[in-house]
Design a binder for this molecule. Structure first.
Ligand code: 6GU
Length: 225
């Protein structure tokens, strides 16, 4: 999968994309992420990419021209399956959204800043608008990193057995069960006996029960209760 991210603060994406699973996905050639500085397509030598909004009011708006040029130029090299705009008024990002995106080949992600991007870019280019939750971030970069991470770990071959996505919270509409590692006794708090039993069928049953119980307690909405 190839993801092109357009940003006015590309530095914000360096660390999240450069470590751990996302680094491994890229090193394995399963994911290619390219971050593009929007200033490259600025309207003048001062690097201007935003302007005052028509109708007045505080806050700048990201201009049409730089974004249009950026997307047009990127589109010369490949055909994009989706042009995504990260915005708090977008569709809420869920595991099912990540699952859906992970099946696509080429994505553009536009990170908004200031008051957002000119509506005409949304009308002309954007095919999908994503929000990662009901709160406001200073820009779309951290949200784009969240989406990229959630999608990358679903690409076949990115995770190994130890990190398998199949047992993630939400993947089967349940939260994940509690997990334990050594020591078996930590300050008198003991690991549940069943996990030491070696009976895999019992362990699986226990984990499912725990997952169900945890979901009931914490997120009854997921179960439709
Ligand atoms: Cl995608 N962008 C911004 N700026 N804030 C957000 C968001 C996105 N999702 C939730 N809050």
């Amino acid at each position: 999968m190839r993801i092109d991210i357009i940003s006015v603060v590309p530095e914000l994406l360096e660390s999240p994309l450069g470590h751990s699973i996302m680094k491994r996905a890229q090193n394995k050639g399963l994911l290619e992420v390219q971050v593009h500085h929007l200033r490259k397509w600025a309207v003048n030598e001062y690097g201007q990419v935003d302007d005052y909004q028509y109708g007045g009011g505080a806050g700048m708006v990201m201009m049409c021209e730089p974004l249009a040029k950026a997307i047009d130029e990127l589109s010369l090299d490949r055909k994009y399956d989706a042009v995504i705009y990260m915005t708090p008024d977008g569709e809420r990002f869920e595991q099912r959204t990540a699952n859906r995106l992970s099946l696509l080949e080429n994505l553009v992600i536009i990170c908004g800043h200031y008051k957002g991007i000119d509506q005409r870019i949304r009308d002309e280019y954007v095919t999908m608008e994503i929000s990662i939750g009901d709160y406001v971030l200073s820009g779309g970069e951290l949200a784009a990193a969240v989406v990229t991470d959630a999608v990358a770990r679903l690409l076949p071959g990115v995770l190994n057995d130890e990190t398998s996505a199949l047992t993630d919270s939400f993947q089967d509409d349940l939260l994940a069960p509690p997990v334990y590692t050594r020591p078996a006794d930590f300050r008198g708090r003991k690991v549940p006996e069943i996990l030491l039993s070696g009976d895999l069928r019992k362990v699986e049953e226990w984990r499912f029960e725990q997952a169900l119980q945890r979901t009931r307690e914490r997120r009854p909405d997921i179960l439709g209760e």
